[in-house]
Every structure is written in C-alpha cells, then in structure tokens.
Design a protein around this ligand. Structure first.
Ligand SMILES: [Zn+2]
Length: 441
C-alpha cells in the first residue's frame, strides 16, 4: 500500500490559522479566573496553528500537527505575527446619546468631575440627551461604537444602562443593548445600572429614587429578560453603601447577578460590599482598603480595573493592581467606554495598565481575555483558544506578546475572526494605499 493511501484523510475545516510566531492560548484550568503568578502563564505555542469549523475551535497546537490532521481552503498565515483570543471588554457604558467635549475642556482647565456634576453637567447632561434619543438612534450610535471596538480586536463587551434613570428610559437603553447584540457580530452582555446617578427629579429624595429602582425598575428589567447583571454606582454623594446593598440584593432576588462600581473616588467600603454580597466583580477600586481587597481574594471576586477612567479623572491615581495580584485577587481590565472616557480600544488599556499600574504584558493580556470573560460570566465560551470554544480570534501584527503595551497608540490588529468568520482584514486593505511604482509617476 502506498504511503499516501495509508495516511488518514485530513478533515476539511472552514479556516486554518498557521505559522503564528506566538499563539497565545490562555489554555489551562479555566474554571476560575487566574490569580497571582498564573496571570503570567498565557500558554504560548511557538509556530502555532489552529483549526476552525462551524464557528468553533476544533484544534490548537504546533502548525505541523494541526495541518497534519486538517485542511481548509481558507488558510491565514500568521508568520511574523501573534494570535490571541479576541479581547473581552467587561465594563462599558456602550449606549448613550450626545458628547461632552466642552466639559473635557473645563476639566483640562481644572474643574473636577464632581464640580461639573454639581453644575448640572457630567452624567446628567448625557441623561438629558439619552432620554431625548429614540431607541433607533441609540442603536445607531452603539453600532458605530461596536464597529470601532471590533476593529481594535474586541469581540465581546459588557454594556450597561444608566443614562435613562426613569423606568421607561432605562428599559429603552436595555432594549437598545439587546438589539445591538442581535444586530452586531460583537456579543453584548447586558447590565442594568438604574442606580448610576440620582436624576434631577429626585435630587431632594434620593431614597425615593433608590426605592423606584428596587420596586419598579429591577422587576421590570428582569421580567423582560433584558439584563443579566445588576450594577450600582456606589460612591459618596451618589449611592451609599446601604443603598447599594439593598439594590444589589433586590437584583439578586430577581435573578440579576451583582457587580458594582466600587471605591472609585473615595474609600467607601465597596470592595467589602462586593465580597459580602457575592458580586462577580468590583470595578474601579482606586481607593479600596487592604481589608476589602483581602475579602475579595477570599471570595474570588474579580477586580475589574479601568485605568482609562482614572486617566480621564486626571488625578494621577490608579488602582493598586500589584497589591491586588499579591493578595490573590483575579484582575480584569476594561475600557469603561462612556462619554467621559471615550475609548474603545483594549490595546490602549493594556498600555495604560503596564505603564500606570505596572502590569506585565502577559498579566494585562490575561486581564483582557480569560479574566475579563470570567468577570462577565462567559469563561466557558470565550477568553482562551481551546478546542470547543467560540472561534473569536485576533491576529496582531507584532512578533511577540511583549509588544502589547510597549507599542501603543496605534491599532496592532491585522485580522479579527468572530464566530469563525474573518470580519476585519487590515492586511487586505493595505493594498489600497501601498502604491505601485507606476501609479506614482
Ligand atoms: Zn462605569
């Protein structure tokens, strides 16, 4: 019998990615988010390859091992490049109307976030604009944002309501988020954040507003299946620790998993609350106490850190990620995309995390992939390149993973594969502006 006949026929798949200088798999025991030293273990395969069929990963390994068993018409060479799981952005305020660039100018000239808020600007301005906007308009704006996010390698995002602050407008925002999840290839995970700010109608009755959130908004959002998580902006002058606890418990009763904005501008005990209430994630954590951080480590609560939000506050303080990692808290990273922190790009967040919070590139990669997936309850499906997981894959045009954070302010994405399909191909578009010699003359 000839050798060719003896060899087992290669299985045909939809897509092969081969010859990656580094295939960053994040493979391993991914039951729990990564902590401590595990955050640096990113599962690199040199000369890596993978096979994709029906939107799923069917093989991962060294290129010769993958191509021995699989063939495809669509073969992407990642020679000189690296391959990673698509970025997961676990904290965004994806949907809103309007913009606040004039306040940015005030802020640059010295006004604080709280001063702008007290002057009726800040979030309340976005609330006014968002209330006026139709559902369709919100979907249009959100679509543009998701386009930019996926062009920068983000394939799943969490998205919060919180600029409606009436039952009707909060539901409108959640419906926009639901529509975006249906209409866009980026997966969008919905969070109810009715307790984002006290609306002007309730400025003299914050308790009354907290009651409305608990008694009307949460049951309606849950009953319509429009939210998976319940979030609260727990902050001095916004929602107190006690109100936050009540709201998050009410959410839990309705089946919404708790998460919260904790200790962003003051040390209020948000980290302790996150641990005691069984939150999946506590976010920001610029002023969290050591006790709170330890309590989170004990309970396995993810710290979702948002260095771009700290950057846009302009007070040069960042969450102490090194202490958190030392204490065994799993760290994730998100953009906190919102009208006060207008950034869609997780690559820039990695750069901020490396520069301002001293994360190693490998730790920042873990924090934007598998740990970010854990922070939104999606780690079984996404966040690593492993057989049976969703084929959400990015090819970056750098020779190794240490370029993340090191080369910043530009888009390193070469290709994005979402659900097994190439949806971004920047290499192909480069042909358009690289002129042939005869075109120049
Ligand atoms: Zn936020």
């Amino acid at each position: 019998m000839s050798k060719a006949v003896k060899a087992r026929a290669r299985e045909k798949v939809d897509l092969l990615i081969v010859n990656a200088d580094e295939l960053v798999t994040l493979a391993g025991d991914n039951q729990k988010p990564r902590t401590g030293k595990q955050m640096r273990e990113i599962g690199i395969i040199r000369n890596g390859g993978l096979a994709v069929k029906d939107g799923r990963i069917v093989a991962v390994g060294k290129t010769p091992d993958v191509t021995k068993s699989f063939k495809a018409e669509n073969v992407v060479s990642a020679n000189g490049k690296i391959v990673l799981p698509g970025f997961v952005d676990p904290h965004t305020h994806l949907v809103f109307a309007g913009s606040r660039e004039d306040e940015f100018q005030m802020h640059v000239e010295g006004a604080s976030y709280m001063e702008i808020l007290k002057a009726g600007g800040g979030i309340l301005r976005t609330v006014r604009d968002t209330r006026k906007a139709s559902l369709e308009k919100l979907v249009d704006y959100g679509t543009e944002t998701l386009d930019t996010m996926i062009e920068h390698g983000t394939t799943t995002v969490e998205a919060k309501s919180g600029y409606g602050l009436t039952t009707k407008d909060e539901l409108k925002m959640l419906q926009a988020i639901q529509r975006l999840n249906q209409l866009h290839s980026v997966d969008v995970v919905p969070t109810f954040l009715g307790a984002h700010a006290i609306p002007p109608e309730f400025s003299n009755d914050p308790q009354g507003y907290a009651r409305l959130v608990v008694e009307e908004m949460i049951p309606k959002a849950a009953e319509k299946g429009l939210a998976e998580f319940c979030d609260v902006f727990c902050e001095r002058g916004v929602f107190s620790l006690e109100q936050a606890r009540r709201i998050l418990l009410a959410g839990k009763d309705s089946g919404l998993k708790p998460r919260l904005h904790a200790d962003e501008m003051s040390s209020l005990g948000g980290a302790e609350l996150a641990a005691s209430i069984g939150a999946i994630s506590a976010d920001h954590m610029l002023f969290s106490s050591d006790e709170g951080i330890k309590a989170m480590a004990d309970k396995g609560v993810v710290a979702t850190l948002l260095p771009a939000a700290a950057f846009s506050l302009m007070n040069a303080r960042y969450a102490d990620a090194r202490i958190m990692i030392n204490f065994g808290v799993p760290v994730a990273l998100g953009t906190d995309f919102n009208p006060n922190c207008w950034v869609e790009n997780q690559q820039l967040i990695i750069a901020f995390a490396c520069h301002f919070m001293r994360l190693a590139p490998a730790e920042a990669i873990t924090a934007t992939t598998i740990n970010a997936a854990h922070a939104i309850g999606r780690a079984k499906e996404i966040g690593s390149l492993e057989v049976d997981k969703k084929a959400d894959i990015i090819v970056l045009d750098v020779p190794n993973h240490k370029f993340l954070g090191y080369r910043f302010g530009v888009n390193l994405v070469d290709k994005v594969v979402k659900n097994g399909r190439i949806v971004v191909d920047r290499e192909a578009s480069r042909g358009e502006f690289r002129l042939l010699e005869e075109q120049k003359t």
